[in-house]
Design a protein around this ligand. Structure first.
Ligand SMILES: CC(C)(COP(=O)(O)OP(=O)(O)OC[C@H]1O[C@@H](n2cnc3c(N)ncnc32)[C@H](O)[C@@H]1OP(=O)(O)O)[C@@H](O)C(=O)NCCC(=O)NCCS
Length: 154
């Protein structure tokens, strides 16, 4: 089932993030090239994104639950001026992938956007994310740009 986020979910969502984004994270790519930065690994940079999503819009976070266990989550924000909503983070624990939770979570976010009066929904994925690049077009998203991320040592 899909339900609204509760504050007691936060640590679990952070842990699922650390597991799921291993091969599909800019922070992990940085670590692969440069190692730890300021003693922090990629998980220590990526996990706080979820805390940030909670601060920005806890009401737009949905959780997939099975037998009382959190299987995955989606975070979202709404902009009532532009009427464009966005999905910064989505992940489903590998133990529960390919059972339709990803799809249900996106559908929950899209329904929430409609309730909030949004007209469009945005999402982004890395070119290296083979699941994202096939899944999002299937969910009706249309590609509008590709971006290159750079970093340099100071
Ligand atoms: C993306 C993710 C959330 C999908 O979750 P899920 O619960 O497995 O998704 P679903 O079961 O609803 O499957 C949705 C679609 O994803 C794709 N998909 C899921 N797992 C796949 C796999 N192992 N290989 C290829 N495609 C896959 C399929 O296109 C599938 O559509 P279909 O059911 O019509 O074939 C999950 O794979 C994940 O957490 N990945 C790591 C984190 C990530 O990439 N997040 C998104 C960042 S932009």
């Amino acid at each position: 089932m899909i339900r609204k986020y509760r504050p007691s979910d936060l640590e679990t969502l952070r842990q699922i993030t650390a597991i799921c984004f291993e091969g599909v994270s800019i922070d992990k790519n940085i670590e692969d090239k440069f190692g730890l930065i300021n003693g922090l690994d990629w998980k220590q940079r990526k996990m706080p994104h979820i805390d940030n999503d909670v601060e920005v819009n806890a009401d737009g976070i949905f959780v997939a639950e099975i037998d009382g266990e959190v299987a995955g989550y989606i975070t979202s924000y709404v902009n009532h001026r532009t009427k464009i909503g966005g999905i910064p983070n989505l992940s489903v624990h590998p133990d529960f992938q390919q059972r339709g939770f990803g799809r249900q979570l996106i559908e929950a976010a899209l329904a929430y956007f409609k309730e909030e009066g949004m007209l469009y929904a945005r999402i982004e994925t890395l070119e290296q994310n083979q699941i994202g690049t096939t899944f999002y077009p299937k969910m009706g998203f249309v590609e509008i740009a590709r971006q290159i991320h750079y970093i340099r040592q100071l």
